[in-house]
Design a protein around this ligand. Structure first.
Ligand SMILES: Cc1cc2nc3c(=O)[nH]c(=O)nc-3n(C[C@H](O)[C@H](O)[C@H](O)COP(=O)(O)O)c2cc1C
Length: 309
């Protein structure tokens, strides 16, 4: 999660038996670590497997080269699980597979899954309409049906705030789950207390989608700052986001601006001035509690569901 996944949070999730996913821009730009040193810090906190998120939208050559370098360093430091989002994952698969790496690709619809499968990914992360971050248009129920024909393991991303949501997702046929929002409300996450408390106190209706942060709908808490920002992109931005040539330029501009404002929001912690990402899973989050306790409770609930059956 940009900007929330600091090394301590990633390590705590893995140590409890999940797979903590590091986010390279978050690790370096927000939390101030040299990439390799940040990885080694996580390694000192846990020896269990960790993963890395690669946002691979085609923006600039410099970014692409940096991502290639980050992936190579991650491989050198023992990371073997990668979650790609937004672009064509083929080059990531080709880079990591020879070293035993596994790639799961974030998808919101069947057409992206087809691209992922074509690129050789090992699994899919089905990002539904309740997810934090960039939510998709389809429900968890619709998505699992749409993705079944690809015959790949599918993880459920979105709407999982407590162990009941988790068990329900697995009962729908998902092979696992990718969680974001739930892990912000943990002591290990370096987000401010006001942000964490807002997640605990929020209900589904306190979560809205705004296009004004990144150019595509992103799920955020409905704070005074978001009300001021607005939810829809302006007419000029829309026009530029549609243009074949201007689209990438506009997205890069949005991306840079949102990287900066989300970083500030994490560290300054003001609902009046900052933007806090969260998904509708806030409805199931009712306490700030250690990440490891969350992972263990979810696993226990899944095991218990067999006994009840
Ligand atoms: C604060 C926040 C930041 C996120 N950042 C990223 C990111 O950098 N890359 C990514 O692929 N997904 C990102 N996501 C999406 C998550 O990986 C995950 O799919 C989503 O959080 C699942 O929904 P949930 O928040 O309801 O658990 C982010 C989500 C949140 C809440």
């Amino acid at each position: 999660m940009y900007p929330c996944s600091n090394p301590e949070l990633v390590a705590a999730v893995s140590e409890a038996g999940g797979i903590g996913i590091l986010q390279p821009i978050s690790l370096t730009y927000v939390h101030g670590h040299d990439f390799r040193e940040g990885l080694r810090l996580i390694r000192r906190l846990t020896s269990k497997p960790i993963g890395m998120n690669a946002l691979i939208e085609q923006s600039s050559q410099t970014y692409r080269e940096r991502m290639e370098r980050w992936i190579d360093i991650a491989l050198e430091e023992g990371v073997r699980f990668f979650v790609t989002s937004l672009g064509n994952p083929r080059w990531v698969v080709e880079r990591v597979r020879p070293q035993g790496g596994v790639v799961y690709h974030d998808v919101t619809e069947a057409k992206w899954a087809a691209k992922g499968k074509d690129g050789g990914v090992h699994g899919l992360v089905a990002v539904n309409d309740r997810a934090g971050g960039h939510a998709g248009p389809l429900s968890a129920e619709r998505l699992i049906d749409e993705l079944a024909p690809f015959e790949l393991p599918v993880l459920c991303a979105g709407g999982i705030g407590n162990e009941r949501d988790f068990v329900r997702a697995l009962e729908l046929g998902y092979a696992g789950a990718q969680l974001g929002t739930r892990f912000i409300a943990t002591p290990e996450c370096r987000a401010g207390e006001a942000y964490k408390r807002a997640i605990v106190e929020a209900g589904e209706r306190d979560v809205v989608l705004t296009e004004r942060l990144t150019g595509v709908p992103v799920s955020v808490l409905d704070t005074p700052s978001v009300r001021r920002l607005g939810l829809k992109a302006g007419p000029l931005a829309r026009l530029m986001l549609r243009g074949r040539k201007t689209k990438h330029w506009m997205r890069t501009l949005y991306a840079l601006r949102s990287l900066w404002s989300l970083k500030r929001g994490l560290l300054r912690d003001s609902p009046e001035r900052d933007y806090w990402q969260a998904g509708k899973s806030v409805a199931g989050v009712d306490a700030i509690e250690p990440a490891g306790a969350v992972v263990r409770r979810f696993a226990d609930a899944w095991r218990a569901s067999f006994k009840d059956a």
